[in-house]
Design a protein around this ligand. Structure first.
Ligand SMILES: [Zn+2]
Length: 347
């Protein structure tokens, strides 16, 4: 499903000077220094390279058309005091959440932020290119479910949006990702029987998993929703080549359901609330249940959504397709967006 930017015929009167609100996602990047006080060396060992990775990620975000963009608020070095931070220079899996708890307990030295995504760049990362905690409902109590870690030397261009996807509750397409428009992904078979010897567990059996995917007899859309999905592993190790032109496909990167889940996560999980400058609220005139504004429980009228979304600046109201026969007066700035088809108001 190609994201359709707003196609809306509302007679809305915006009183603010901006009409195309972006939601900023704040990012705080930290290098973990070794015991000699040096940064890990690799592709992302300097400010310009990190900024470039963020800009690339923003190009993906822009193509997905939901109005989100990453903004780097700082880039810092983490060195020894008050704890031996250099032990995380080479990060083992069992230290992943430990780094988060240590950073929270020593927020000043580790530059741990509650108003930004905390990204730590390390020398090695337990044979992974990156690790990110997927939030859960219980994590507001202080459990460790927020940190994002990147290995300094990894090259896959999709690593940044992939790990940041996890951070905003995205699950691999080959697991139960909670999204109806990503069908069963046979990459799962590679997990079960990855007899690969090079390239890592899922990445190395490209031909096998592409054969398995083709055997599903999916429609082109269903197939490509997996093949070109940032939360699948088909894009890794050149199974399908870099997920960008000329390999383009209109539904690449994330599906509509994934993007909705991403937006919902920023509201749903308190540890993510401060990392964004605004939220997306959903409206669907056909919804019959109790409305809370999530994609799964949208408001039923633009008016009811607007009342909530306009209470603070910087929010987006995402309308499901259809005509909303309402007469509205907007007195506060809200961006209206329609991501699944045309929405009209007042006809
Ligand atoms: Zn992953």
């Amino acid at each position: 499903m190609k994201s359709k930017l707003l196609s809306l015929l509302a007679a809305a009167a915006f009183c603010a000077p901006f009409a195309a609100q972006e939601i900023d996602v704040y990012v705080s990047v930290k290098w973990v220094l070794n015991s000699a006080g040096n940064r890990p060396l690799g592709l992302w060992d300097n400010e310009a390279a990190v900024q470039s990775a963020i800009e690339q990620t923003n190009q993906y975000a822009e193509r997905m058309g939901r109005g989100y963009r990453y903004v780097v608020i700082e880039m810092e070095n983490v060195s020894h005091a008050p704890t031996s931070s250099w032990q995380y220079f080479d990060l083992y899996f069992d230290e992943f959440k430990l780094l988060e708890s240590t950073a929270k307990a020593n927020a000043a030295a580790y530059f741990w932020r509650t108003n930004a995504v905390n990204i730590y760049i390390v020398n090695s990362c337990d044979n992974s290119g990156g690790l990110a905690a997927i939030p859960s409902a219980s994590s507001c109590s202080g459990s460790q479910e927020e940190i994002v870690v990147f290995k300094v030397g990894m090259t896959p261009e999709l690593l940044w949006p992939h790990e940041l996807g996890h951070h905003f509750s995205m699950i691999h397409t080959f697991d139960d990702d909670g999204c109806a428009d990503t069908k069963f992904d046979p990459e799962l078979s590679c997990v079960a029987d990855f007899s690969c010897t090079t390239g890592g567990n899922l990445e190395c059996c490209c031909s096998t998993k592409l054969t398995l995917l083709n055997a599903q007899n999916y429609s082109a859309t269903d197939k490509n929703n997996l093949l070109y999905n940032v939360m699948s592993y088909y894009g890794a190790n050149d199974c399908v080549g870099p997920i960008q032109p000329p390999h383009d496909w209109s539904s690449i990167l994330m599906t509509s359901d994934q993007l909705d889940r991403w937006s919902d996560a920023t509201r749903k999980y308190c540890q993510l609330n401060g990392e964004v400058s605004g939220y997306t609220y959903f409206v669907d005139k056909t919804f019959g249940g109790t409305s809370t504004g999530y994609s799964t429980s949208p408001y039923k009228t633009v008016q009811s959504g607007y009342q909530v979304a306009s209470a603070s600046p910087g929010n987006i109201l995402n309308l499901r397709p259809g005509n909303y026969a309402e007469t509205l007066t907007f007195t506060a700035p809200v961006t209206l967006r329609a991501s699944r088809g045309n929405a009209t108001i007042g006809q």
